[in-house]
Design a binder for this molecule. Structure first.
Ligand SMILES: [Zn+2]
Length: 400
């Protein structure tokens, strides 16, 4: 006998009882969740229960047995299958609510998620466990003009901070020492140092539930915000909510920091859309299309933070290695290559790289993806007519 399915709309007769809840807004909302660990599990679960229509979840990591203790969407088999966290979170969230779409992105949120996605979502939720990742996410959100909701957990405590462009910025709140440490670890120096894996943070499922729940509650407020319209909400914008489980206290602190000279405040608010570009096209194709569409004599793609490295040179022995990868993949590349890995313990590597890609670039038959530009990215293009921020619009259909 065929299974009889009931026709229903998620939340009818439930959320419709809430005076503030706007069903259409929630259904149409696009939310990016950075990180699919303990917090990411809780956050995506709650977004799914609310019926948030479009969720993107980004994580490069695979599931391990130790994750099961505080990740409500993971199962034992996922750990044995070495499944990716983002894939499983997406799959299980759509089992909870089949009326929403959850898109997993297995990769690094900084180098493998196109800026077009940051630009097109309503709000970003950070479920991260390192300062470097927060620093990078903050830069992207400020550049896109998006509010982001940061959650952190440790042992029986947790905190939620809301950063909003023009009001509060993660980078502005860093001490000089914290900032220098990030610079060193992100390899902004021209010397390669391999990074160790971030240590495991001891925490509990309770902290993850409480912080993840508060993050989604703040996200719902952002989704319901409309310019010029009054809402009944008090938000955590520019504030920190801190929960202390040991003593059952919850406090809100003023946390806003916005300095005038912070490099993170660079806003890309004029995006050129509609040129038929994709990260799957070759450098030759893209340079030609840009030249034609922007009516320019000279075009140059600025690689910003992710340079293309064609070779690295070791000190002792003095030797060159051809690598042909974006900078973001160098650390993993060295660890996987036996000769380089052994050498990396006692020698430094110097990079030979390309920061700007123009007609003199020697590897023009590589695709944008191969040189480190993700699908649906927004690329910075210098021309004789000025600087443009150009979306790889052909890739939009992959996500939106
Ligand atoms: Zn700042």
């Amino acid at each position: 006998m065929a299974e009889v399915k009931l026709a229903y709309e998620w939340g009818d007769g439930v959320y419709t009882l809430l005076s503030w809840f706007k069903k259409e807004k929630v259904k149409d909302a696009h939310v990016l969740v950075a990180g699919a660990g303990a917090l990411g599990n809780e956050v995506v679960k709650n977004l799914a229960l609310f019926g948030v229509g479009h969720i993107y979840v980004v994580d490069f990591d695979q599931i391990e047995i130790s994750n099961l203790t505080r990740s409500v969407l993971f199962r034992e088999e996922d750990a044995y299958n070495h499944a990716f966290k983002a894939d499983i979170v997406a799959k299980r969230a759509m089992e909870i609510n089949p009326q929403i779409k959850v898109t997993p992105i297995v990769g690094n949120l900084f180098s493998e998620v196109g800026f077009g996605l940051y630009n097109s979502v309503d709000v970003v939720i950070g479920c991260l466990d390192s300062r470097i990742a927060r620093y990078q996410l903050n830069r992207l959100c400020m550049r896109a003009g998006k509010t982001w909701i940061d959650g952190s957990i440790e042992n029986m405590t947790g905190a939620v901070r809301v950063y909003a462009p023009g009001k509060s910025c993660y980078e502005c709140g860093l001490s000089r020492e914290e900032f220098n440490n990030i610079m060193l670890r992100t390899g902004c120096a021209d010397v390669v140092r391999t990074q160790g894996k971030a240590g495991r943070i001891a925490t509990t499922p309770i902290s993850a539930s409480i912080v993840g729940a508060m993050q989604v509650q703040e996200a719902m407020k952002v989704i319901h915000q409309e310019e010029g319209e009054e809402t009944p909400f008090k938000t955590l914008e520019g504030k920190m909510l801190r929960y202390e489980g040991l003593t059952n206290t919850m406090n809100i602190y003023k946390f806003a920091s916005w300095k005038s000279n912070c490099p993170a405040h660079e806003r890309w608010d004029k995006i050129t859309q509609g040129i038929e570009l994709s990260a799957t096209q070759t450098v030759t194709q893209v340079l030609k299309k840009l030249k034609d569409a922007l009516n320019a004599n000279m075009v140059e793609i600025n690689m910003r933070n992710n340079k293309f490295i064609d070779k690295i040179i070791s000190d002792q022995p003095e030797k060159e290695f051809e690598v042909m990868i974006p900078e973001s993949k160098l650390d993993a590349y060295i660890k996987q290559n036996e000769e380089l890995r052994k050498l990396s313990y006692r020698t430094l590597f110097h990079k030979h790289f390309y920061e700007n890609i123009d007609k003199s670039f020697p590897y023009k038959n590589l695709t944008l993806q191969q040189i480190g530009i993700p699908l649906f990215d927004v690329i910075e293009v210098s021309t004789d007519k000025g600087v443009y921020h150009v979306e790889l619009t052909n890739d939009a259909s992959l996500y939106i």
